[in-house]
Write a protein that binds this ligand. Structure first.
Ligand SMILES: [Fe+2]
Ligand SMILES: [Fe+2]
Length: 167
């Protein structure tokens, strides 16, 4: 692969670590409000993002490139509601999808078929991520001020756990 593509992949690895940071900040907001289920949702989300980062880390190594770790930006720590956090999460995922489209363009221009294949997994994953956030936002909007339904959703998310997908 060319240097520009290798650098873009490395940037994406760092962006995935940053994404974990973003979701952990959302988890902390929920934990502070004793919303342990929503906090768990975001902790699991952060684990997923770290898994994504490590997937790119391994790929760079497999392709004879060295992964270079960068400083993580400061995530937003201020949220006005759980819905607000999910809306920001949704925006973050849409931004990430754009990044993968751009990476795929670079890989196609470089005729780097191994990387094109590798990126397909992430593009499918982004469809899932966007759909997940979108559906939770819809639920939260429907729940609105029904606190019973809100706490039921909180306890539902307490059961979410991270299982690395089979390779
Ligand atoms: Fe990710
Ligand atoms: Fe994500």
């Amino acid at each position: 692969m060319n240097d520009a593509l290798a650098k873009a992949l490395n940037d994406q690895m760092n962006f995935e670590f940053y994404s974990a940071h973003v979701y952990l900040a959302m988890a902390a907001y929920c934990s502070d409000d004793s919303l342990d289920g929503f906090a768990n949702f975001f902790i699991v989300q952060a684990e997923e993002e770290r898994f994504h980062a490590m997937k790119i880390y391994k790929f760079l190594n497999d392709r004879g490139r060295r992964a270079t770790l960068a400083a993580l930006g400061e995530p937003n720590n201020d949220y006005t509601s759980v819905l607000h956090a999910f809306e920001q999460g949704y925006k973050h995922e849409m931004q990430n999808t754009e990044r993968f489209y751009h990476l795929s363009d670079l890989a196609m221009n470089d005729r780097e078929h191994a990387t094109i294949n590798f990126l397909k997994w992430f593009i499918d994953e982004q469809v899932e991520e966007e759909a997940l956030f979108d559906s939770i936002i819809n639920k939260l909007k429907r729940i609105d001020k029904d606190s019973n339904a809100f706490y039921m959703l909180d306890s539902e998310f307490a059961g979410r756990s991270f299982t690395p997908p089979a390779e």
